[in-house]
Design a protein around this ligand. Structure first.
Ligand SMILES: [Zn+2]
Length: 536
């Protein structure tokens, strides 16, 4: 009985963990896509996709589910277990991901053909997603599911996204049982619509995320007062509030807040302000939220429903679908809110709205989530005076605001409280899904706080769940070139920018310097001299 750490090892995306619950019998927990820049290489699966019998999926976010169609393409013929809401969300999110892969591949092919280059195949297609969706079995929360000999599982609410779960695995080999719990992403307390994370019953082994493993959220800032201030100021100037937002989860939270503002008449002077959701995927996701099981909803949301209101729908909400409807918003001068696709402004309809709104000081651009380094969202947020959008240089004159007080992830306090909610301490805590400082920092914190061994294994490390000992502890393998798809599968790779090449070169130099500790003084002096010369 063995666990192998593959993805989200010392990084926040690409979740993928392999478990051999009996000799030669394997399942995966999550199969996510790597996104953004990653420092380390993810190791290959040590077995073929055909040998994997089951996948258990914690939630629908692409960094947990996005490589499932590749697994199916590579021969996986087993079953994928997930909550019913996760299955519904995967059907739209994987289809959207396939569309992005197909569009990117078509673009690269067109470019290559001009220079005699090869045709580029998409990582996967809509057809691969249809094949994948046929393999899902929807599950309820809190039910023990007897999956196979020696393999029982239970999904519990992780409070992170609609349908999100942590999964308990009851594994038996030769009459010996071990309980492994995989946290998936642990939600933040008091997120609107969905419940708080359910308590952790107990675990022999806990694999826990650490996105905010060393940080604590600001609990003073609340989203509704910030929204009211932004709306009042912008509408008094006759302007538009433009919100770049992720389609699934964050957009529905925003709709919940806008419904609260309207229903409770918190902005009486502008009671009828319109809200446009310009994002087809978000509108499909909203429909899934509207049909979900009441088991997924928190008490406040159920109360709103009991009083006869729809928690995420209100008078003045418009969902635009066609690109003509989207374009029409730019000629409409009424004070309004536009929630548009492209959470970090890297793609989607937000770019076209930024082009039409950013130059005008009547308007406000309000960020409602983390903006990664290097993205257009981050550049605007960091105070650029001009930005290039869709080939045009645009002045940044609009007011730039941040909606604080919202997060989909538990912070260090939340993760710690969740571990404390168990009736007994695990005998080992494995930490993943956090950048270098977060995962190692949280492992150190958890080891001290709970007096149990804890560590953040690198990709490829293996642990024997029966004996409780490491089989293999791997060294980190630094990624030479940053790619957005890094699982070793076929498909288009993003070309690294010259700047990411520079960062890679610096990391390589740093690693090399690390190996010179035992070198002769002459060698060390020689390298130091070269670096100083370069700096001059
Ligand atoms: Zn997530």
């Amino acid at each position: 009985m063995k666990i192998t750490f593959i993805g989200a090892a010392h990084q926040v995306t690409g979740s993928r963990t392999l478990v051999e619950w009996n000799p030669g019998r394997y399942f995966l927990v999550d199969d996510g896509m790597e996104q953004g820049e990653n420092t380390y290489e993810m190791s290959e699966l040590p077995i073929s996709a055909v040998q994997i019998e089951y996948v258990f999926l914690t939630h629908a976010h692409i960094d947990h589910s996005g490589m499932l169609p590749v697994l199916v393409k590579e021969g996986f013929r087993g079953t994928i277990y997930a909550t019913a809401e996760t299955v519904d969300l995967c059907s739209i999110m994987l289809a959207d991901s396939a569309q992005i892969q197909e569009t990117d591949a078509a673009y690269e092919t067109k470019k290559n053909l001009r220079t005699g280059g090869p045709e580029v195949q998409p990582l996967y297609t809509s057809e691969d997603v249809s094949d994948t969706m046929k393999r899902f079995i929807p599950c309820d929360y809190n039910q023990i599911i007897m999956v196979d000999d020696g393999l029982n599982v239970r999904f519990s609410d992780a409070g992170h996204l609609l349908g999100s779960s942590f999964i308990e695995f009851f594994l038996t080999e030769n009459g010996q049982t071990r309980k492994l719990v995989c946290s998936g992403d642990v939600g933040n307390l008091d997120q609107p619509i969905i419940k708080d994370p359910a308590p952790l019953a107990d675990a022999d082994y806990l694999l826990i995320e650490s996105t905010y493993g060393t940080r604590e959220h600001d609990t003073v800032q609340k989203p509704i007062p910030i929204l009211l201030d932004v709306l009042r100021k912008t509408f008094s100037r006759g302007g538009t509030v433009l919100i770049p937002s992720f389609a699934v989860g964050r957009t529905q939270e925003l709709l919940y807040y806008f419904r609260e503002i309207k229903q409770n008449r918190l902005l009486p002077e502008y009671q009828d302000f319109p809200v446009y959701v310009d994002n087809p995927l978000a509108n499909e996701a909203t429909a899934i939220f509207l049909q979900c099981s009441q088991d997924c909803l928190d008490d406040e949301t159920l109360q709103v429903m009991k009083e006869g209101s729809n928690p995420i729908w209100f008078d003045g909400l418009f969902t635009t679908v066609s690109s003509d409807e989207s374009k029409a918003l730019n000629t409409n001068t009424e004070p309004k809110v536009i929630i548009a696709s492209g959470g970090m402004c890297e793609g989607g309809r937000i770019r076209h709205h930024l082009k039409h709104n950013l130059w005008n000081d009547k308007n406000t651009v309000m960020f409602a989530g983390y903006q990664a380094a290097g993205t257009l969202g981050r550049i605007i947020f960091d105070g650029a005076e001009k930005v290039k959008i869709l080939g045009e240089e645009i002045d940044v004159k609009a007011e730039i605001r941040l909606l604080q007080g919202i997060s989909g992830h538990a912070d260090r306090r939340g993760l710690s409280a969740w571990i404390s909610s168990a009736s007994a301490r695990p005998s080992y805590i494995f930490v993943n899904h956090g950048d270098e400082d977060s995962c190692t920092g949280f492992a150190k914190y958890a080891a001290e706080e709970f007096s149990v061994p804890a560590s953040a294994p690198f990709s490829g490390s293996e642990f024997d769940l029966l004996s409780g000992e490491w089989i293999r502890l791997t060294e980190p393998v630094y990624r030479r070139k940053n790619t957005s798809q890094g699982s070793g599968s076929s498909g288009p790779k993003n070309k690294p920018s010259p700047y990411s090449d520079l960062l890679d070169a610096l990391k390589a130099l740093n690693n090399y310097a690390g190996t010179l500790k035992e070198a002769s003084n002459a060698e060390i002096r020689e390298l130091t001299g070269k670096i100083r010369k370069l700096m001059d």
